[in-house]
Design a protein around this ligand. Sequence first.
Ligand SMILES: Nc1nc2c(c(=O)[nH]1)N[C@H]1C(S)=C(S)[C@@H](COP(=O)(O)O)O[C@H]1N2
Ligand SMILES: [Mo]
Length: 500
Amino acid sequence: MLALAAGLAAAELVAGALARGTTPFVAVGETFIDMTPGWLKDFAIEWFGTADKAVLLGGMAVVLVALGVGVGVLSERRPGAGHLAALALLAVAGIAVWSRPDTTGADLIPVGAAGVVALPALSWLVGLSRQVDQPTAQTPASSPEATSRRAFLTAATAAAAFAVTGTGVGRWLASRRVGVESSREELAASIDLPTPDVPASVDLGVDGAEPWRTPNADFYRIDTALSEPLIHPTDWTLRIHGMVEREVEIDYDALIEMGLVDRWLTLNCVSNEVGGGLIGNALWTGVPIADVLALARPLPDADAVLSTSDDGWNAGTPLEALTDGRDALLAVGMNGEPLPLEHGFPVRMIVPGLYGYVSATKWVVDLEVSRFDAFEAYWTTRGWAERGPVKVASRIDVPASGDDVTAGTVAVAGVAWAQHRGIERVEVRVDDGSWQPARLADVPSADTWRQWIYEWDAEPGDHTLQVRAVTADGEVQTSEQAPPAPNGSSGRHGIDVHVT
Ligand SMILES: Nc1nc2c(c(=O)[nH]1)N[C@H]1C(S)=C(S)[C@@H](COP(=O)(O)O)O[C@H]1N2
Ligand SMILES: [Mo]
């Protein structure tokens, strides 16, 4: 019983820490509710009314105690059979978790944690308890009986203590997340967020191509946080200090009152491979970082801002990129919603033209005005470049490499980006032919990616297609291949297609 309780506690703890709502206990209960026949449901509601959930949970506790005792008694007699029975219980929990409609693979981690704790705990407790049951042939004077009893009681107390604290801490972690989620939902009503209507003629709407606006749920996520920091907006402050005339600290309301702007900005990761998907485009709502820095008045010698997240991650950004008039934001909204927790709630940075690792600090709480020669940031200490301007790049979304297409007119389409410089031209080449101009969609500014389409007159056979982009300031995307480290991948994206 104690081993089972310790296992459940491990599951609650891990689920709370990973911010997963579906603990094995909850999943089994929900599955039971779904499997309950109608007459029994009616009966339960009639008899217990709104206390039906409490009754169910109480009933589950009684069943668990009985199962725990059963497995324990079995293990005392035949340890192998006991362990098999425990594994079967875990399997039932795993199936219950897996069968929940909103489950993901990560929801199975707490079940694994339950097994990792419960099975050894079972062996340990049963082993000690068997020693109590098997008095040795020695004389009572040395009292091995008393010693082994004490050992068992110590182990049992440890398991019980773990069960109680693990469950408590797990529940507390989970409730904190719920609290932050609900304050996020309240903000949706109190701050002025736009409807993220996609501007006219930016999206060519080609079948299979990525939409111009990336929905929040599809936006790539990259960070070092195992579970995202949970910050209530009312607890959030931003400190601006270092090489400034006047140190400043502002809270969430003060930030909002500085005035919100809405900007379409494309964010991408330095780790994106040629042709990869670590890029997204959203309507961000926020306060210009320049306005916030101006409150503190940076000193003339400063050339960088070291921004730090609530969880200690940091990034170094050129001061110039934050003050040269571009739309560098302290963002509070994403696509018309308060920032999702995993994208930096309540406040993050977004700087057009720079990779995320040198600019897009999520859960930002501290801006230190400084000099590049005075610090090293999280990724620069790990060998990545100190500066991370975005490299011009382009990608073919359709057809997919390896596709079979029918001869005739084939829509070849994708995106190109060079944030803050802008895309002037995109060209496509078939096999070793000459570069042909693609047609470009509109863009609201130079800070977003730009869709393109090329109507290809496809002839039967195997063909290779390549794309390259040219920036508004005349840089032609290089064919020279570079890996993501240390400052972003380069080279041309190409696909192979078979035309029938
Ligand atoms: N606090 C914090 N902010 C962070 C990171 C991080 O690890 N921790 N990663 C950065 C990197 S490398 C990128 S590419 C972007 C990704 O932002 P997204 O997850 O909202 O797409 O966040 C940046 N901000
Ligand atoms: Mo990144």
